[in-house]
Design a protein around this ligand. Structure first.
Ligand code: FAD
Length: 340
């Protein structure tokens, strides 16, 4: 891609802070574009605790984290703002009075203001903690499965004990020549129904189960060919063509650490009135924002989004004095939200 997309506000992160910022941008009449490194919106809510109940959202006595995200998406849908998923924000540079942001997909966004709503950073897969692992990445060692067919007829070792490891063990058993599931403990961290399905597949001879941890990876003719595994009662050698390590995701500030926003230990200092960083027109909201008495709560993320957006308005429309209208009396907003 080599086109430049122009917008009022570029939002980095589609967690609760970024999603509420999209809605608020629409309410005050700004355009926005949101990007998220993950392939779905929702940030920590969707990635870390989708089924857990949340009790401290005002006027919502109880909802699951995924339900909260679904409601936020529904709330901003009438504005039709794009959310680019699976794209990481890479660089930020001044362009006259505006900002240029580039993404890992080659997109360039030209914005009057930037809202960094990046939580703890982009989630990246937790990697195999062996020194030789890195050189096998893309050459036998995988941290995600994009298409099952890629493993057709191959001997696959899946490492991990959560839902995605078990789901892929089940999905690949009819595709791969052989599937082994390796987990460090006997009990899985997956949904009981998934764990039961894996046990049934094991009993039917479709999946081998090994309890243990990876100790060393073996190479043959430049490709990954096997591993030594420390089991509960000794050591075992496993042979395979592909290792799919699904140990979960860990947050990583990644390229944001190089932005000129004075990031400290993964957080970005802001003033607690406008949530603006050291760069004019660049704001940090939600968990990534750092100020005195900051609380990492969804409620705080909502508040910060709303106030940052109102200041961002001044950058996007420097010649317009914004007048505040309550949503209950805003007939243009009513028209937009009720008729789409
Ligand atoms: P996040 O939710 O972390 O979202 C940030 C997004 O930014 C992510 O999707 C990430 O992929 C993306 N991103 C990061 N870097 C980049 C980049 N360079 N390019 C593109 N995208 C990027 N809070 C409550 O109020 N009540 C609760 O009951 C509650 N329970 C919780 C339970 C658990 C187990 C956890 C872990 C947290 C809980 N929280 C709760 C905290 C709450 O989830 C966070 O405060 C909230 O998710 C912060 O929202 P956010 O949008 O700032 O960040």
């Amino acid at each position: 891609q080599d086109t430049v997309e122009r917008t009022d506000v570029a939002i980095v992160g589609a967690g609760p802070a970024g999603l509420w910022a999209m809605f608020e941008a629409g309410v005050i009449g700004l355009d926005c574009v949101t990007i998220d490194a993950l392939d779905r919106a929702g940030g920590q809510c969707t990635e870390l605790y989708p089924d857990k109940p949340i009790y401290d959202i005002p006027a919502v006595p109880r909802c699951s984290a995924q339900e909260l995200v679904d409601r936020l998406l529904e709330q901003c849908a009438p504005f039709g703002f794009p959310i680019y998923l699976g794209e990481r924000a890479e660089t930020l540079a001044r362009s006259g009075e505006r900002w240029r942001l580039t993404t890992s997909a080659g997109r360039t966004i030209d914005a009057a203001a930037v809202l960094i709503a990046a939580g703890n950073g982009a989630f990246v897969p937790q990697r195999v903690a062996l020194p030789e692992a890195e050189r096998f990445e893309g050459n036998g060692l995988h941290y995600a499965v994009r298409e099952a067919e890629r493993f057709k007829g191959r001997r696959v070792l899946i490492a991990g004990g959560g839902d995605s490891a078990l789901d892929w063990a089940l999905a690949l058993r009819g595709v791969a020549a052989h599937v082994t599931l390796l987990h460090r403990r006997v009990a899985y961290r997956a949904a009981p129904a998934t764990a039961n399905a894996v046990m049934a597949a094991h009993a039917a001879g479709q999946i081998d189960l090994v309890t243990g941890t990876l100790e060393a990876l073996h190479e043959s003719h430049g490709a990954l060919r096997g591993a030594r595994v420390k089991t509960l009662d000794g050591v075992r050698e496993l042979e395979f063509d592909d290792l799919i390590a699904l140990f979960g995701l860990v947050p990583d500030l990644g390229p944001l650490a190089n932005w000129d926003v004075d990031a400290r230990a993964g957080r970005i200092p802001v003033d607690a009135c406008r949530y603006e960083t050291a760069l004019p027109g660049v704001f940090a909201i939600g968990d990534i924002a750092l100020y005195d008495n900051k609380q990492k709560l969804i409620l705080s993320a909502f508040h910060e989004s709303s106030l940052a957006l109102r200041k961002a308005f001044a950058y996007a429309r420097p010649d317009t004095q914004r007048t505040h209208v309550h949503s209950s009396y805003d007939s243009a907003l009513k028209q937009k939200l009720e008729t789409g």
